[in-house]
Design a protein around this ligand. Structure first.
Ligand code: RFL
Ligand code: PHB
Length: 389
């Protein structure tokens, strides 16, 4: 079989790219290791930058997002019993959209199905062949049958643990990594959010985040040691700990209830350079990971999609490889800035045992500077709403 672009991975990056290309008449096949239900069961990001909102519109899947998503013009930062607001709109002219990754992925799946686009689920043993030639192809297995797909290009949208990055020879890539000695324990609960805007909180007991999906569905996180397991945390213990980490007024107002999802995510910073090998292009988590503190994971995936889409579109319009050749450098230039912001915000807001009292004083000084300085708030706001593409 033959197609123009094989997309490995049916997460948000792969589906968004597929949908954008489809609207330009470019044929794709999406290969996904899991089932649709499994992909839609994963609770992940919740904050969309304007660039991603615009891409969803461009892909023709923005309607439900605009109907159900929540426009946020600010975000709150608390430390101990202090709290201040970063006015995103006043500093940048933009806000962010609160709309779950699960919903965004569902919208993309529905659009893909409506368009009759090809998607293969439950694929195994995906192998990328001859990516460094003009005739790449991909082989994969479904059940006992092995298939071969010839193509012009391969988009590696298969997340951090996928095969795409692993297919690049070690001497043709360089990987940069930082791990953090803690994770985020997150719960989803059918309770009204404690605040109209997100609260990023730090305290002597560690970080907490109060987020939401809609007026009846809350998403909360607390920093936990990376050795903790979900089973170690009852709902009651989670709520108790959360209350200790947010300001007293919010702790008192917090409405608790049973969790409908509970999971632990590790924190990691990771970048693979370059994001291209021959006709294979890495996109999203396959190429880079940020700790979730700045809400940049899904949003950096989106900027990759935009650059790769532009390069592919130019190739199919005029046969020139220039846009694709510039893809990696262009994407990485934005990625490293998002890496810096996510690392800085994570370092500012988390506690870990190796921190000295001096380090803690530095955090407080940094927070007090941010609280009192309009230029610092503007810099924070520009990064949070998303740097231009
Ligand atoms: P995804 O979402 O990981 O999708 C990759 C898809 O590829 C499939 N796959 C394969 N398919 C075929 N063959 C193979 N060999 C394959 N190997 C893997 C996988 O099944 C999957 O469906 O990557 P994508 O599309 O680049 O999207 C990136 C975002 O999902 C990611 O950046 C964010 O969700 C990161 N992230 C968060 N970001 C935030 O901004 N806020 C958050 O709260 C937040 N929470 C999270 C997260 C990422 C997590 N991961 C990856 C463990 C919580 C978790 C648990
Ligand atoms: C979320 O709602 O899941 C969320 C929001 C903001 C973040 C991370 C996660 O920075």
């Amino acid at each position: 079989m033959r197609t123009q672009v094989v997309i490995i991975g049916g997460g948000p990056s792969g589906l968004l790219l597929a949908q954008l290309l489809h609207r330009q008449g470019i044929a794709t096949v999406v290969l996904e290791r899991r089932t649709r239900e499994y992909v839609l069961g994963r609770i992940r990001a919740g904050v969309l930058e304007r660039g991603l909102v615009a891409l969803m519109e461009q892909a023709g899947v923005g309607d439900r997002m605009h109907r159900e998503g929540l426009e946020h013009d600010g975000a709150l930062i608390s430390y101990g019993d202090q709290m201040f607001r970063i006015d995103l709109k006043a500093h940048t002219g933009n806000g962010v959209m609160v709309y779950g990754q699960t919903e965004l992925t569902r919208d993309l799946y529905e659009a893909r199905e409506a368009a009759g686009g090809e998607m293969v689920f439950n694929v195994a043993d995906v192998e990328i062949k001859d990516a460094d030639s003009d005739r790449p192809h991909v082989t994969y297995r479904v059940g006992t049958e092995t298939h071969r797909l010839d193509c012009d290009f391969i988009a590696g949208c298969d997340g951090f643990h996928g095969v795409s990055r692993q297919s690049i020879p070690p001497d043709r890539k360089r990987e940069y990594e930082k791990t953090y000695p803690f994770g985020w324990l997150g719960i989803l609960s059918e309770t009204p959010p404690v605040s109209d805007e997100l609260i990023y909180a730090t305290s002597t007991r560690g970080f907490a985040l109060c987020s939401m999906r809609n007026a009846r569905l809350s998403r909360y996180y607390i920093q936990c040691p990376d050795s903790d397991r979900v089973e170690d945390w009852s709902d009651a213990a989670f709520w108790e700990e959360l209350k200790c980490r947010i300001p007293p007024a919010q702790a008192e107002a917090l409405i608790t209830g049973p969790s409908i999802e509970k999971s632990i995510a590790p924190l990691r910073s990771f970048v693979c350079e370059p994001m291209q090998w021959g006709r294979l292009f890495l996109c999203g988590d396959a190429a880079h990971i940020v700790p979730p503190t700045g809400a940049k994971g899904l949003n950096t995936a989106a900027s990759d999609v935009q650059y790769l889409y532009a390069g592919l579109r130019a190739f199919y319009e005029d046969g020139k490889m220039g846009g694709l050749a510039a893809y990696s450098a262009k994407a990485l230039s934005r990625i490293w800035k998002a890496e810096r912001f996510s690392w800085w915000f994570s370092t500012l807001m988390h506690r870990h045992p190796e921190m000295s009292e001096f380090d803690h004083k530095m955090q407080i000084a940094d927070l007090e500077f941010l609280r009192s300085n309009a230029a610092a708030q503007k810099a924070m706001a520009e990064n949070y709403v998303g740097l231009p593409y």
